[in-house]
Structure formats: C-alpha cells, structure tokens
Write a protein that binds this ligand. Structure first.
Ligand SMILES: NC(=O)c1ccc[n+]([C@@H]2O[C@H](COP(=O)([O-])OP(=O)(O)OC[C@H]3O[C@@H](n4cnc5c(N)ncnc54)[C@H](O)[C@@H]3O)[C@@H](O)[C@H]2O)c1
Length: 447
C-alpha cells in the first residue's frame, strides 16, 4: 500500500503497525547507548542540517534508531530496503507515522518493487547516501557512466525521463557515501581501482568497532538464530559446514560449536584455513564436506560456493542456508534446473528433490539471519550504527577534502566508539603510566 502521512509519500505495508514498531524500536534503543549519546549531541549540534540523506539498509529496529539519529542531526532522511526479505513492516510504519521519515520498503517485495524503492531513494536527490551492499551507489554510477542498460527497469525508466543535465546533477550532488558491509566495500574498492568512483566513500565495515563485533558476534549469533527459527533443528550432535572463515564465518563457527555441533570449515585462503584448523575445526573441501554435512551455511561474499555438483553429494535431508550479503552463494538456478520442487514446508523452508534425496533450502538463499530472524542484536548494531552516524558527519565535514576513494573513519573515532561502549557496559580498563608510555616509545631500553 502507498501511505501518505503528513508531507511524507512512502511505500510501506500498513501504517496501522506503527505502534508495534515503536515499542520494538524502543526496546532495541535500550541496548544502543553509544548511538544514544551521538543522537543527543547531534540534536544539539545539528551537523547534518539541510542535508538530504538516502539510506538503503535493512529496515529493522536498529536501523530505525539510526534513522532517528540522522534526523536529529538535521538530515532529511529517505530509507529503502537493502534486501527484499529483511524489512520489518511495523518498523517501517513507525518511522513514517511517528517521525515523518520517508520509507520505501515492504517485506517480501518482488524484484521490480525492490528497485522501484531504490528509485524512490534516488529521487530524494541525496547529498549523502548510505548503503548496505552498494545498491544505491551502484545505480548512481551506472547513471554517471551512462550504462543505463545495467539499471533495473524501474530505475532505468525513471532515469530516461531525466534530462542529461539532471542526471549529472543527481550524481554531482552527492558529497559522499557510506558503506556498511564487506561485499559493498569490495565493490567500491574495485570501482576506485578502475578510476570510476565518482565521490568519496567511507567504508564503515573497515572500522574495527564494526567488523570485529558486528560481523563476528552479530552474524554468528543471528545466523544460528535464523536457522533455528526457520527449522527448529537440533544443532547438538549435528555436522555444520561453514563455508568461509572470515569475520562472519569465525563468529558462526564459534556459535555452532557452542550449540554442540561438529563444525567443518571450507575455505579458499590457506591462511584462514590454517587458522580454522588450529582453532580446532575440521577443514575440508566442499566436495568432501558435502558428503557429511547436516547443515550448510555460506558466509563468503562469493558466488556459487555451493554448486550442483556439491548438492548431488549431500545426504538426504541436508539443510542449506546463506548468510553472505547476496543470494548468489548457493547456485539455486542450477538446483532449479535439475531438481523437482520446491515444496514449501514451513515459512522459509523449501524442499527440493534431487536424485531421490530431499534438500531443504532456507529463505531462498537470502541472508538467513535477517529473513528468518531479526538480524543482529541491537547491542552490536549500536557500534556499527555509531560508525554510520559518525561517518555521515565525517562526510559532511570532510567531503570536499576527501578524494574519490574508499576511506575509513579516523582511528581515534573508532577507539572512541569502543571507549563509549565499554563505559556503557560498566567495564573499566587501565591507562598507560608515564613510565609505560616512555618505555613503549623508546628503543634504547632493553635487556
Ligand atoms: N548476515 C549478515 O548480517 C552479514 C553481516 C556482515 C557481513 N555479511 C556479509 O557476509 C559475507 C562475508 O563477510 P566477512 O566480513 O566475513 O568477509 P571476509 O572477507 O572476512 O570473509 C570471507 C571469507 O570467505 C572466504 N571465501 C571466499 N570464497 C570462498 C569459497 N569459494 N569457499 C570458501 N571460502 C571462501 C574468504 O577467503 C574469506 O576468508 C559478505 O558478503 C558480507 O557482506 C553479512
């Protein structure tokens, strides 16, 4: 449904869900003390005053707290979903009704609606964009490079109605952008490398207070949560195959082991594989793992990590899920071509019959932690979104001085977020004594 609240044209499921969205957003806010402090400062200082900000993020309770923080800083915010399945419709309604934020997101939206919503966020004509997976920035660059055939039809149709001058102004108007996730940062670094990046981007994912915690502990816990909610499967005693031993994979392997699984890791990087082996996991190729796994989870950011040749080797009843950013890690097209099905057994569980065996694919291969559970807990998103809010401020303050490259927020801001988080957790740490400071700075004090 298209909703019109005072002066706000949005596209959300149902405005009547707003009060439930407010209650749940308030619950998340209790676990976001760092973002709260930033919001209070933003309300006083208004560092984003007069700026239009378009964000393409998972529309969750934590994102709602970020959106309100950006608004407190003076930004005119438009929000669309960064995944068709991750929107919490009550949260979308809350932002529209209680905060007058423009939201374009409906859980389960089809491909065209997803891109119609991206179009709406672009039509907001942002000064700043905020992405989780580089969809907004990607579209802006296809416009800048006049590669209109690479745009999804709803975006292309709209861009074709714009005069060349307006297209130019749309891209030139962006002072800078921020990016939340590994996959988006990889794409942006490739753009910078090819010399096509049109404006500076702050890689929020590269902050230590982001990937060390969000990717590891957030994805670790919420991926397990998503699998459990989707299937109610007993993890204890099962064999869980974790594809990718990066930040997300390490976190998920840890949680799966904690729940009693025998964890098997697959990797393509010898260092990461060695680390997994020494962390006490079994390491094998996917072809080997495929024969023994009960649950398979991809967390690589890569394409076709689980292919038909692997699925043919799997046991009857194997469960396959993805927690990497895009739904490309499992080759579902090949499965569709070779298997019978799907039969929907539970809300996010589809059964396929391949060579007489049953395989269960969760959430259509999309981020299982967001599709089947609620994404990361608020406490960890507190740090990720503190980084996003500070990155937006950094872009406004430094945008003109930053080159067309991928930047990270300064290390002192990263450390400050960690300091505030510790403070909120009531954890005290030591500080260097003058003697220690001198010792660490000298090279002549030894044995
Ligand atoms: N589900 C979530 O909420 C969530 C949160 C953060 C990040 N992500 C996404 O998860 C993905 C992984 O992120 P990360 O921060 O762990 O990245 P990372 O770069 O730290 O780790 C990815 C790992 O996958 C490995 N890999 C690549 N191709 C592989 C293959 N074919 N087989 C096995 N391993 C392979 C790499 O060697 C690397 O160790 C990205 O797409 C990221 O955007 C998801």
């Amino acid at each position: 449904m298209t909703t019109t609240a005072p002066n706000v044209a949005s596209d959300i499921k149902d405005l009547a869900l707003a009060d439930e969205g407010r209650r749940r957003t308030d619950w998340a806010e209790r676990s976001m003390p760092v973002l709260r402090q930033i919001r209070e400062r933003f309300a006083r200082e208004r560092p984003l005053a007069g700026k239009r900000l378009s964000a393409c993020l998972h529309v969750t309770t934590e994102t709602a707290n970020l959106a309100v923080t950006l608004q407190a800083g003076g930004a005119d915010v438009a929000l669309c979903a960064s995944n068709p399945l991750s929107t919490q419709d009550d949260v979308a309604a809350h932002l529209v009704k209680h905060h007058g934020i423009k939201v374009f997101a409906i859980k389960g939206e089809d491909h065209d609606t997803y891109y119609e919503h991206i179009r709406a966020a672009l039509a907001h004509r942002p000064d700043i964009t905020m992405d989780d997976g580089a969809d907004l920035v990607g579209a802006l660059h296809m416009i800048a490079l006049n590669r209109l055939d690479d745009l999804a039809p709803p975006v292309r149709g709209w861009v074709e109605t714009l005069a060349p001058r307006e297209r130019k102004a749309l891209v030139a108007g962006v002072v800078g952008s921020t990016e939340e996730t590994t996959t988006g940062v990889i794409r942006l670094k490739a753009m910078a490398q090819d010399g096509v990046l049109q404006f500076p981007v702050v890689a929020v994912n590269d902050s230590e207070t982001k990937h060390l915690f969000d990717n590891r502990y957030g994805t670790g816990q919420s991926t397990l949560d998503g699998i459990l909610r989707a299937t109610n499967f007993l993890i204890a005693g099962s064999t869980v195959v974790v594809a990718g031993y990066g930040w997300c994979g390490r976190g998920f392997a840890l949680r799966a082991r904690g729940a009693g699984a025998n964890v098997l890791v697959t990797e393509i990087d010898p260092l990461k594989a060695l680390e997994a082996q020494m962390d006490g996991y079994r390491v094998a190729s996917m072809a080997e793992a495929a024969r023994v796994g009960d649950v398979f989870v991809t967390l690589t950011g890569n394409i076709h990590v689980i292919r038909l040749e692997h699925m043919r080797l799997m046991k009857d009843g194997a469960i396959i899920a993805n927690s990497g950013h895009f739904n490309v890690e499992i080759d579902l097209d090949a499965l569709r071509g070779a298997a019978q099905g799907p039969t929907r057994l539970r809300e996010l569980v589809e059964e396929w019959r391949l060579d007489g065996k049953r395989l269960y694919v969760l959430a259509d291969g999309r981020l299982v932690n967001l599709a089947a559970a609620e994404g990361h807990p608020a406490s960890v998103m507190d740090m990720s979104f503190a980084n996003q809010a500070l990155a937006a401020e950094y872009v406004v303050k430094q945008g003109a001085r930053l080159g067309r490259d991928v930047h990270r927020i300064p290390r002192e801001l990263d450390r400050e977020i960690a300091r505030l988080k510790l403070q909120a957790m009531g954890v005290g740490i030591d500080t260097l004594t003058p003697e220690q400071r001198k010792y660490l700075a000298s090279w002549d004090l030894g044995t």
